[in-house]
Write a protein that binds this ligand. Structure first.
Ligand SMILES: N[C@H](CCC[C@H](N)C(=O)O)C(=O)O
Length: 293
C-alpha cells in the first residue's frame, strides 16, 4: 500500500490553474512520478500542479515544497500553487500553524517569502529572474536572451520566431504576438515545449502587449498542457517585456482565468499578487495507487 493512501488533500485553484495541496510534513515519503500521475488521474484530486509540503530544510523557512506536473515531472517554481500553499498554511484548520511573521517557502530553486494581502489574496516574492542562457537552460550560448532562436519553424505560423527566454526557477519561452487568442495551444504548444534547443523543455507563452502596463497571456505549460493561468509565466513575461522596453516594470497580466499583478522591483525580485480558491478537500483512495510505485 502506498504511504499516500488515505492522505488528506486540498483541491484548490489560483485563477483556474488547478492545484492539489498535499501535506507530507512529518513524513519522509517522497512522491514518485507514478504516484503523482495517479493522483492527477482521479477527477477529485486532478491537478495542473501538485504542491507537496515537506518539513523545512533551511532555518527560518516554514516548509519545503516539491512541485509536480500532471505528467509526473517536477518543476522548481509554481506561482499560483505557491499562493494556494500559503492559504493552506495560514487558513486551513489542519495544515495551518501559528506564525508571527510572513511565511517563507522553499523549493529546489530558492526561497519564496509570501505576504497575505487579504482573505484569499497573496503576494509571493518569486525571487530574481535568471537570464543567463545556461541558467534557463538553453542549448546554445546567447549573450542576450531577450531574443533567441528555436529549431522549430511552423509553416502555418511563420511569425512565431525570436522569442525571449527567462527562468523563474523554471524555464519559460515567450513569443511576442499580435493576438494571443489566435493560436491553437494544443497543436503548437507541445512542438515548442519539446524543441531540441530547450534541454529541460520549457513553458511556452504567447504574449500580447496591450499597453505599457498590460499584457494578455496564454500559456502552454511544460508537463501539464494549456492551463487557465501560470504565475511564473506571468512573471517571466513581465521581465522579458520590460527588458525589451515593451512595458514598464509593473503590469497587469491578463490570463484566461483572470488577472495577476506583476512587479519587477528595483532590487531585481519579482512580486506576483493574485487570488486563491479552495474547491474541496478529500482523501486519497488506496485504489489510486494500485500499480503506482
Ligand atoms: N502553473 C505554474 C507553473 C508551472 C510550471 C510547470 N509546468 C513547469 O514544468 O515549469 C505557475 O503558476 O507558475
Amino acid at each position: 500500500m502506498s504511504a499516500l493512501s488515505n492522505s488528506r488533500f486540498l483541491k484548490m485553484n489560483g485563477l483556474g490553474n488547478e492545484i492539489t495541496v498535499l501535506d507530507l510534513r512529518g513524513s519522509l515519503h517522497r512522491v514518485s512520478p507514478a504516484e503523482a500521475r495517479a493522483i492527477a488521474a482521479d477527477p477529485r484530486s486532478r491537478f495542473d500542479q501538485l504542491m507537496v509540503l515537506h518539513d523545512p530544510v533551511t532555518p527560518g523557512t516554514d516548509a519545503y515544497m516539491r512541485i509536480y506536473n500532471t505528467d509526473g515531472s517536477e518543476s522548481g517554481a509554481c506561482g499560483n500553487g505557491t499562493r494556494c500553499v500559503a492559504w493552506a498554511m495560514t487558513v486551513d484548520p489542519v495544515m495551518s500553524r501559528p506564525v508571527d511573521r510572513d511565511l517563507v517557502l522553499e523549493t529546489k530553486a530558492g526561497l519564496l517569502p509570501v505576504e497575505r494581502v487579504s482573505d484569499r489574496v497573496f503576494t509571493v516574492d518569486m525571487g530574481p529572474p535568471r537570464l543567463a542562457w545556461n541558467d534557463i537552460p538553453l542549448r546554445d550560448p546567447y549573450p542576450d536572451t531577450r531574443t533567441i532562436a528555436l529549431d522549430t519553424r511552423l509553416t502555418n505560423a511563420p511569425e512565431l520566431q525570436g522569442p525571449s527566454a527567462v527562468s523563474m526557477g523554471n524555464p519559460h519561452v515567450i513569443f511576442w504576438v499580435e493576438d494571443a487568442l489566435a493560436y491553437d495551444l494544443g497543436a503548437i504548444g507541445p512542438v515548442f515545449e519539446h524543441d531540441p534547443a530547450l534541454p529541460e523543455r520549457a513553458n511556452i507563452s504567447f504574449a500580447q502587449v496591450t499597453g505599457p502596463e498590460h499584457i494578455v497571456l496564454r500559456v502552454w505549460e511544460r508537463g501539464a498542457g494549456a492551463t487557465r493561468a501560470c504565475g511564473s509565466a506571468a512573471c517571466a513575461t513581465l521581465v522579458a517585456a520590460a527588458r525589451k522596453g515593451l512595458t514598464g516594470r509593473r503590469a497587469v497580466v491578463a490570463l484566461p482565468g483572470g488577472d495577476l499583478v506583476i512587479e519587477w522591483r528595483a532590487d531585481n525580485h519579482v512580486l506576483m499578487t493574485g487570488p486563491t480558491e479552495l474547491e474541496h478537500e478529500g482523501i486519497l483512495s488506496p485504489a489510486l495507487f494500485t500499480g503506482a510505485a
